[in-house]
Design a protein around this ligand. Structure first.
Ligand code: PLP
Length: 372
């Protein structure tokens, strides 16, 4: 029999497990057995940016390390202000966390319930889907269109049918690297059903070169029911430093702020503050360099008549012409680790854009397996 006391003890343990579970699940999924693998393995499996941590950020981290034995609590107002200002927002419009994973987790927790569903496309970035699943929330997955883009009409229709919900959309989408164009985004925001919030995950937005793709941040500034997630893990090359944020109307941020787990590390905070001061050079330079390497890979695939999904982020999906799971398993022993399989896209392999040298090795290994 479950007594009131044991119920609360169990509920507490379950809540703690929920907090940890999704992150652990992703780590497991990302893990590739390392024993017996080549020492010079090229890792192209997690959409990291080989440009790495900007030099200014490294200098800022070195400077703060000797005083990092203190909490630096008093400094976090300035950290919030600097990050908010870099996106033309105010501090009461942002919530910073450990990567964008933490604030995404919080939004899913606060804006879904057993009756208010989490609505997204399949496949989408699975982090928030795993959170919704672990919390026992209702989940609705809509199919991508033929061209692997999100069908915004279907997303709105599902929210309408459920009398509201949280629509989660990555732009560009992970794992497909496809984009939601400005006209679709505008339509979705203008047609959000009652009791519906749109959560736009813009982890990879800086890599997009297409002029008809735009950020949803202007909608946040206008006070719409739109939340935008951003991360410093991708274009800024700071995945291991764990900094990201969500931006939303002050009333939304005020509601979710108590769910934050903690402040971030002062070392990471200083790194980000230094980087955003130079965003006018860091972002366009990195975007251009990445796009050049991405174009080269696309050209190489086209020359060989290998099909792929037109990419807009720092990764792309290639049609292996057979089951991708077996294809992917053959690559690590040859020195290259691509992304894991992404059902239901059974024939597609996801590869992160690395350095030119890494991509040369990728092409070599990919072609060996493809031709075998
Ligand atoms: C679309 C998307 N959103 C969010 C994240 C979470 O990353 P982080 O917690 O490092 O910001 C990822 C990670 O790959 C991602 O692909």
């Amino acid at each position: 029999m479950v007594t009131r006391r044991s119920f609360f003890a169990q509920a507490g343990a379950a809540a703690a497990a929920v907090r940890l579970m999704p992150e652990m699940a992703w780590a497991q999924r990302a893990a590739i057995k390392t024993s017996g693998l080549p020492k010079d393995m090229v890792w192209l499996n997690a959409n990291e940016n080989p440009a790495g941590i900007p030099e200014v950020s490294q200098a800022a981290m070195r400077e703060v390390i000797p005083t990092a034995y203190r909490y630096h609590y008093q400094e976090f107002g300035d950290v919030d202000a600097a990050i908010a200002k870099s996106e033309e927002l105010t501090p009461d419009q942002i919530l910073i966390g450990a990567g964008s994973s933490e604030p995404l987790h919080i939004i899913v927790d606060a804006y879904t319930s057993e009756t208010r569903p989490f609505i997204t496309v399949t496949p989408a970035y699975e982090g928030p889907v795993e959170v919704a699943k672990a919390l026992g929330r209702k989940i609705i997955l809509t199919k991508l269109r033929e061209d692997y883009t999100a069908d915004v009409h279907k997303l709105a229709e599902e929210a309408d049918k459920s009398r509201g919900g949280l629509i989660y959309l990555c732009n560009p989408n992970n794992p497909t690297s496809t984009v939601t164009r400005a006209k679709d985004l505008d339509w979705l925001v203008a047609n959000l059903p009652p009791n519906t919030t749109l959560l736009m995950d813009e982890a990879y937005i800086h890599f997009v070169e297409e002029p008809d793709v735009k950020s949803a941040l202007p909608y946040v500034r206008q006070g719409k029911d739109v939340i935008v997630a951003r991360t410093y893990s991708k274009i800024y090359g700071m995945a291991g430093l764990r900094v990201g944020f969500v931006a939303a109307r002050p009333d939304i941020i005020e509601r979710v702020r108590p769910l934050r787990m903690n402040i971030i590390s002062i070392v990471s905070a200083r790194a980000v503050v230094a980087a955003v001061k130079q965003q006018q050079t860091i972002v366009p330079e990195r975007r251009a360099s990445l796009a050049r390497t991405r174009r080269e890979l696309c050209g190489w695939l086209r020359d060989r008549s290998v099909k792929f999904v037109e990419p807009h982020a720092n990764f792309l999906m290639i049609d292996c012409g057979r089951n991708a799971r077996e294809f992917i398993a053959k690559m690590p022993p040859l020195g290259v680790a691509p992304g894991r399989p992404f059902p239901p896209l059974d024939n597609l392999l996801r590869v992160t854009i690395g350095t030119d040298q890494e991509m040369a090795k990728f092409r070599d290994v990919f072609w060996k397996v493809y031709k075998a």
